[in-house]
Design a protein around this ligand. Structure first.
Ligand SMILES: CC/C=C/C=C/CC(=O)SCCNC(=O)CCNC(=O)[C@H](O)C(C)(C)COP(=O)(O)OP(=O)(O)OC[C@H]1O[C@@H](n2cnc3c(N)ncnc32)[C@H](O)[C@@H]1OP(=O)(O)O
Length: 296
């Protein structure tokens, strides 16, 4: 289902998004600050600075479910059409978990049509973020595996909280699955080929010190300074004339984007046939059960 159709489905009677204030509501914050809210995404915009902070709030772990992907997509589209916003900082509403990555329940025990719809939504969000004309920063205030790491890698810079519990990386192989080529390319563009090959084959989750050393993040700062640092770095990016920064960004990312655009359908089919395998379903079920068992 395309984004528009998924949005309609979310707005059907009974949907949890129905009635949510996706538009902006005037309220407190800094002078002129505005807040907008959907169920899973909170936007705090500061028009004077030209920056919006987009906060994930999809408890318990900010996983990227189909609904979360859709709401984030809507929210980003609105911001892209808002002339007062030139930069976005992505962060978690509550510290602890930036995002646990793709929602595993979307990849387990469903039918091929669902897997295709889900994967298309993952592609759409990546394309929206990676091609965004706005300056994007990630204020990583929690652990950041797999799809969570991918979100942060679409940004122009990453600030990570200095907490050894907060690890970051594409750990797919540890689950018995693999990072698709465009996840890989996004990481290669950040830390280079050799470091990516090692990180992906071993499914490495880097501590803040390791992430800084390998170049996966740009700065590691005390936990209570993640957002303020991300905002102050944003002002450097916004000091550059938009058109010059945007043309440069497009030039740097075009080849990677074009690869996915060219192979989009094949990538969906690959995902569906891989994830539908009995052996892969079994591996994912076992992983999910292990996660759940911890709590019961
Ligand atoms: C070609 C194939 C391509 C596929 C690409 C996939 C990319 C991905 O993103 S796959 C997802 C990878 N993610 C992970 O490996 C992270 C798994 N989660 C964790 O490690 C932990 O949950 C945590 C993020 C470190 C947080 O730990 P903690 O605070 O202790 O919470 P938990 O008790 O573990 O979890 C609470 C609750 O959430 C459920 N859950 C956790 N992660 C996911 C997830 N990614 N998807 C769906 N659900 C998740 C977990 O099962 C718990 O559920 P309960 O029913 O409440 O027990």
């Amino acid at each position: 289902m395309a984004l528009v159709a998924r949005v309609r489905a979310l707005l059907l009677p009974g949907s949890r998004l129905r009635g949510a204030t996706l538009g902006r509501a005037a309220n407190g914050g800094g002078a002129g600050a505005r807040r907008a809210l959907s169920h899973r995404v909170l936007v705090e915009a500061d028009p004077a600075a030209g920056v919006a902070v987009v906060k994930f709030r999809n408890p318990p772990v900010n996983s990227l479910s189909l609904e979360m992907l859709t709401e984030l997509g809507i929210c980003l589209e609105k911001l892209e059409n808002d002339k007062t916003v030139r930069g976005i900082v992505l962060t978690a509403d509550r510290p602890g978990i930036f995002s646990a990555g793709l929602d595993l329940t979307e990849m387990c025990g469903r039918n091929p049509a669902h897997y295709a719809e889900f994967w298309k939504a993952v592609q759409e969000l990546w394309l929206r973020l990676y091609q965004s004309n706005m300056a994007l920063g990630a204020a990583i205030n929690g652990t950041c595996p797999a799809g969570g790491c991918l979100l942060s890698l679409t940004c122009d810079y990453r600030i990570l909280a200095d907490n050894p519990k907060y690890t970051i990386g594409l750990n797919e192989t540890q689950l018995g699955i693999f990072a698709p080529f465009w996840f890989k390319d996004t990481m290669v563009n950040t830390i280079g080929h050799r470091a990516t090959e090692r990180a992906l084959q071993l499914g490495l989750l880097f501590t803040p010190a390791e992430a800084l050393q390998v170049g996966l993040v740009d700065q590691v700062v005390p936990e209570d300074q993640v957002q303020s640092t991300a905002l102050s770095v944003m002002s450097q990016w916004l000091a550059i004339p938009d058109h010059a920064r945007q043309l440069t960004k497009t030039m740097m990312r075009k080849a990677t984007v074009d690869q996915l655009l060219k192979h989009r359908e094949a990538d969906i089919q690959n995902f569906v046939s891989f994830i539908s395998r009995d052996s892969i379903q079994k591996v994912l079920q076992v992983y999910l059960q292990k996660l759940r068992k911890k709590n019961h």
